[in-house]
Design a protein around this ligand. Structure first.
Ligand SMILES: Cc1cc2nc3c(=O)[nH]c(=O)nc-3n(C[C@H](O)[C@H](O)[C@H](O)COP(=O)(O)OP(=O)(O)OC[C@H]3O[C@@H](n4cnc5c(N)ncnc54)[C@H](O)[C@@H]3O)c2cc1C
Length: 284
């Protein structure tokens, strides 16, 4: 399998700037993410970024022109795990596996709120990856909370193992699997003390053993075991290094201010730091 110098995870301005900088440093870079420049197009008018005075969509068009001119490839993938593999990293996205010497995490922050109990019960019944954890729920009752219809196959995957899958999605969904029950009531909280015991919806409690959240963003701690965080903020030093050797972070994922300029700057620094790390030949 090809092993890249750097895998950049996250399709926003931080990830793009890291990939752009790495390419110009003549590194072999893999740029992964759910969608390129997703959040940028949301801005009605871009503020606080040099040269940009128009809408977010205009900003994205300018970036895509540059991306094409520079030959920066984007690989669509929803990353679900980053693991140190003894001297390098493996990055998994469903059934896809990538290898890189270093990783830059630029996954932003989730703008749709997380549910009460979700973070507290992560790894104790809360999961973000049906493909990775679905088999653990053989014969059990689980909930699948999908942010959109594009994640329907994650609920179908869970249905292969679980006794019942209670599936909530704001978009209309129909399943042929008899053990998937589509919920119309919106989830409000994950219930349980030591482990997940249920899902609270606007129409009452549903007892379940596991709750799977399928949305574009994944909390960094769920992606990468042992990563030092404070809340959802990845802890970094001035070189954007995390506590894990060879793993750097940039952009909103490292904390406030949530601004394009800060995210782009950190992406640039992270790429330089990854290059220095590679040059020094330090172990992962
Ligand atoms: C409506 C709105 C308007 C804004 N206006 C401005 C403005 O005018 N000026 C300004 O400076 N800032 C503005 N911001 C803030 C700015 O958008 C953010 O600070 C900036 O986009 C952060 O960039 P980022 O690359 O760190 O994260 P993001 O842009 O959030 O990109 C992270 C990407 O990583 C992806 N991702 C997450 N998890 C995974 C995973 N597991 N696998 C693969 N991909 C994953 C996400 O889907 C996302 O596409 C605005 C924000 C919003 C919401």
């Amino acid at each position: 399998m090809k092993r890249y110098d750097i895998a950049v995870v996250g399709g926003g301005i931080a990830g793009y700037t890291a990939a752009l900088t790495a390419k110009n440093l003549l590194l072999d870079v893999l740029w992964l993410g759910t969608t390129p420049f997703g959040k940028l197009s949301l801005a009605a008018k871009v503020k606080n970024f040099p040269s940009q005075t128009g809408s977010g969509e205009e900003f994205v068009r300018a970036l895509v022109r540059q991306q094409d001119a520079e030959g920066i490839l984007f690989t669509p993938a929803r990353v679900d795990g980053i693991y140190s593999a003894g001297g390098y990293y493996t990055v998994t996205a469903g059934k896809q596996i990538f290898e890189a010497q270093t990783v830059i995490l630029a996954t932003g922050v989730e703008i749709a709120g997380v549910l009460k109990g979700e973070r507290e019960l992560l790894g104790r019944g809360v999961s973000y990856c049906a493909v990775c954890d679905g088999a653990l729920y053989r014969g059990k009752r689980v909930a699948a909370v999908l942010s959109g219809a594009k994640y329907a196959e994650e609920a179908e995957h869970l249905a292969k193992f679980a006794e019942t899958v209670f599936c909530y999605c704001p978009e209309k969904l129909e399943f042929s699997e008899e053990n998937i029950t589509v919920l119309s009531a919106a989830p409000m909280a994950v219930l349980g003390e030591q482990r997940v015991e249920g899902l609270l919806t606007s129409e009452g409690e549903i007892p379940v053993d596991g709750v799977f959240f399928c949305r574009d963003g994944t909390p960094p701690k769920a992606l990468c075991g042992g990563l030092a965080v404070e809340g959802d903020r990845v802890l970094v030093d001035r070189t954007m290094a995390t506590n894990l050797s060879g793993l750097f972070a940039a952009g909103d994922v490292t904390g406030r201010p949530y601004q394009y300029a800060k995210a782009a700057g950190e992406g640039c620094v992270a790429a330089h730091s990854a290059r220095d790390f590679l040059r020094a030949g330090r172990p992962v």
